[in-house]
Design a binder for this molecule. Sequence first.
Ligand code: 0RA
Length: 657
Amino acid sequence: MADFQENENNYSASNIQVLEGLEAVRKRPAMYIGDISEKGLHHLINETVDNSIDEAMAGYCKNIEVTLNEDGSVTVEDDGRGIPVDEHKKLHKSALEVVMTVLHAGGKFDKGSYKVSGGLHGVGVSCVNALSAHMKSQVFRDGNIYQQEYEKGKPLYPVKIIGTTEKTGTRQQFWPDNSIFTTTTFQWDIVARRMRELAYLNAGIKIILTDMHPHPETGKTRTETFHAEDGLKEFVRYVDRHRQHLFNDVIYLKTEKQGIPIEIAIMYNTDYTENIHSYVNNINTIEGGTHLTGFRTALTRTLKAYADGEPTISKQIEKAKIEIAGEDFREGLTAVISIKVAEPQFEGQTKTKLGNSEVSGAVQQAVGEALSNYLEEHPNEAKLICNKVILAATARIAARNARESVQRKNVMSGGGLPGKLADCSKKDPKDCEIFLVEGDSAGGSAKQGRDRYTQAILPLRGKILNVEKVQRHRVFEAESVMNIIQSIGVRFGVEGEDDYEANTDKLRYDKIIIMTDADVDGSHIDTLIMTLFYRFMPKVIEEGHLYIATPPLYKCTYKKISEYCYTEQQRQMFIDKYGDGTEDGKNIHTQRYKGLGEMNPEQLWETTMDPKTRLLKQVNIENAAEADEIFSMLMGDDVEPRREFIEQNATYANIDA
Ligand code: 0RA
């Protein structure tokens, strides 16, 4: 029987605590689920599914059904043991009610499983309940169907038996509260993406996702089953599906070291970037941490030791006169790492960096053993990897020499600011900002409209390189990239640091603002520039210097009243306020801005550049990682998924204001 660790509270006292707990969640929902936008909304599904995944990881559940119902509710049903329903002696209520109404009560049942403390996940299904206008729990256990319903987290009646059944499991249905969330519409793509990820991360589990909303044209509902018998082996193939591979094998290990379950899958491709996706307790650790450090160390050491021990390869390295660095071993590497940690410590800006120091050694040991075995047993593949590493090192060293000569020339020509930069006159970086502006014509307006004292303008022209598809050093050969680097004052190859990690000590501006058209192309350019910073200058993002400007979509005018509208919603609000009641407010004049170039300098200042009135979106590591992932997904040889994506994501839905 479940052991409730309650203190001596009597029933009524504990009930008051419950209500206070629910009230706290409803008062400050963002503290529990991140935010109250689309992202927070989808968190309700993740939180509910996580409980079923826990039951599956404990070995008691195989199937999870997630249904987006036509009435806007979501149902999550599993075939586990069912949440216990027996009555707690002191609280005089069912265990189910405790799980559903007491904050963090869920975790008390199953000690020893891999739960996540703090951070975004692991707040418990009681939070979902608190943030739902209505919720219905059903438990299939001991031949009975137990049920309880709630409103805004408060039980409507004690747990009751409503029928009999042969099956076991738990069924949760919730109707998100529209007085809490800015939207209560679930998106197939967002849900599917997480369900796919969970299926890959937990081999053998079947997750069936259904959207009951009929398709507007075909009238059909949609179902997809996510299921990977081979877990991460299949995940890494999926992630890398658009790339060409050095060889077809997945290098794979699944083991346990020092009590830490570790699963890793690796592929080598012919591209030039490193793509490592790491997870702790099913959470994507985008900021990395000790597990990633352990992985990288083992990779470098093992491959180095192998190369040193192979006469043909070590001779090749000697002849090329190169020194191989860690990053050379990771060029064209795609890996997925998933580990489980009993008491994870999450750190960093977005609480997705693993801090547990004991993990690094465990992962290092596991990867070292598995990889050296693989290399010994697969001499042909080992040779292909080594050749790729030698090429990477050669290119990197050639690039460093070229870069150093450019830097020397810059210093000799005094400062080396690009000719295209219109700098600001103030020198103290903390008060200065730079706009990276798409196109020369918008650049011209920006130069005229700006505050010359504190705002610098750098017009960008020409193609911005896709970081994925070119050797790393080629990125530095692109004029637009060099202009950005020289203008903002980041330095590469600073003594003792990675060749490709920017040093921000001499940054010349506090804010670096990307300013592009509010259309598909503009959004594509934002993504490219974000990716460039993410890959080569992550410190700029981590230190909070990177922003995206938001130009308005419309200027709406009624008689002498004019307003800039940055969203469709704002335009609708203007029409509602001043319109004469005709369909689209015929008495209102709407000017649509297609590009920055259509605004004169004063308008550009007023709408997009004036610090007093503009709307800036700060880029954080999470947004940037998303942009990067979009890119590695998009830039395969398939053109179609890419176009489709760009069309669907013409707005910056994922960037917080
Ligand atoms: C703890 C103990 C037991 C079941 C669960 C948790 C459980 C929780 C959830 C949440 C969603 N689905 C779930 N399935 C199971 C059962 C303990 C026992 O039967 O002895």
